[in-house]
Design a protein around this ligand. Structure first.
Ligand SMILES: [Zn+2]
Ligand SMILES: [Zn+2]
Length: 241
C-alpha cells in the first residue's frame, strides 16, 4: 500500500498554493481572486449578510486542469477504477493537509461533509482517512425540494443535536460558495460552531482577468504541504518580516 506522499505525487505539478490574505486581489473569505480594491470576490460579497466563515482551501483548482478533473471524476467518472484511484489521491491530499495544519484548522469534535442535492460524494474520500474513522458524523442532509437557492440554510436538514458541537465542515470544491455557506449557516442555526471549513479545491477560472493576474505569479510556485493559506499563504513578493 503506497503512502500518502506517493499517492499525491501524480497531483503535485497541478496543485496551486493558496494566497494569503488580506492582500489586494485576494478575497478575504475564500482566498480566491477578487477585483483590485474589493475585499471579497463576487460570490462572497453576495453572501455578505450571511456572515460567511473564512474558507480554508488546500489548493486552487484551475478550471480544466488536473485537480479540477479529479474533483469531478472522483465522483462522476463512469469507471469505478478511475473513481477509486482519484478518491484515494484526494484522500491522501486531505489527510496530509489535516496532519500538517491541525492548528490552522482549529479544534473540532467531528467532521461532516457538505452534501449535494443527491448524495454525499466526499464521504468516499473521508472514509479512507484514519483521522476521521471515529470522528465523522454525517449530520447534514440535502433537502432538494427547497431548490438551489443560494445561501439558504433551509436547503440543509440537520439530523442530530449539534448544539455546542465544534463541527469540521468539509467540501470537495468551492465554486459559488452557496453550498458551503448554506451548510455552515444551517449548522450555526442549530447551535454548532463551524470549524474549517476545509475545501480541497477553490475553483478558479483562468480566463477572468483578476484570476489570470493571480495565477500569473502564484501558479509558478510549488505547492508545499507545510504551508497553508492561514499559516503561510503566498504573496507576490516574500515579506521582509
Ligand atoms: Zn470569495
Ligand atoms: Zn497552516
Amino acid at each position: 500500500m503506497p503512502g500518502a506522499r506517493e499517492l499525491i505525487l501524480p497531483l503535485r505539478g497541478a496543485l496551486v498554493p493558496v494566497p494569503a490574505q488580506p492582500q489586494d486581489g485576494v478575497c478575504s473569505i475564500c482566498h480566491s481572486s477578487a477585483k483590485i480594491g474589493f475585499s471579497r470576490c463576487l460570490p462572497c460579497s453576495e453572501a455578505g449578510a450571511a456572515d460567511p466563515p473564512e474558507i480554508l482551501p488546500i489548493t486552487l483548482s484551475v478550471h480544466g486542469e488536473l485537480i479540477h478533473s479529479h474533483l469531478r471524476n472522483y465522483k462522476d467518472s463512469p469507471s469505478a477504477a478511475v473513481r477509486s484511484r482519484m478518491s484515494l489521491r484526494l484522500a491522501a491530499l486531505l489527510a496530509t493537509f489535516m496532519s500538517q495544519h491541525a492548528r490552522c484548522v482549529g479544534e473540532w469534535d467531528y467532521a461532516t461533509c457538505v452534501p449535494s442535492a443527491t448524495r454525499v460524494a466526499l464521504q468516499s474520500v473521508v472514509d479512507r482517512i484514519q483521522l476521521f474513522a471515529c470522528r465523522y458524523r454525517q449530520v447534514l442532509a440535502s433537502r432538494p425540494e427547497t431548490g438551489e437557492r443560494a445561501l439558504e440554510p433551509a436547503r440543509f436538514a440537520v439530523s442530530a443535536d449539534v448544539s455546542d458541537h465544534r463541527i469540521l465542515l468539509l467540501d470537495d470544491t468551492f465554486v459559488s460558495g452557496a453550498s458551503a455557506f448554506g451548510a455552515a449557516a444551517a449548522l450555526r442555526e442549530h447551535g454548532a460552531t463551524v470549524v474549517g471549513p476545509v475545501v480541497i479545491g477553490r475553483h478558479i477560472q483562468p480566463g477572468w482577468p483578476p484570476s489570470a493576474q493571480l495565477l500569473s505569479w502564484i501558479a509558478k510556485r510549488p505547492w508545499d504541504e507545510t504551508r497553508c493559506a492561514r499559516c503561510a499563504g503566498e504573496r507576490p513578493r516574500a515579506s521582509l518580516f
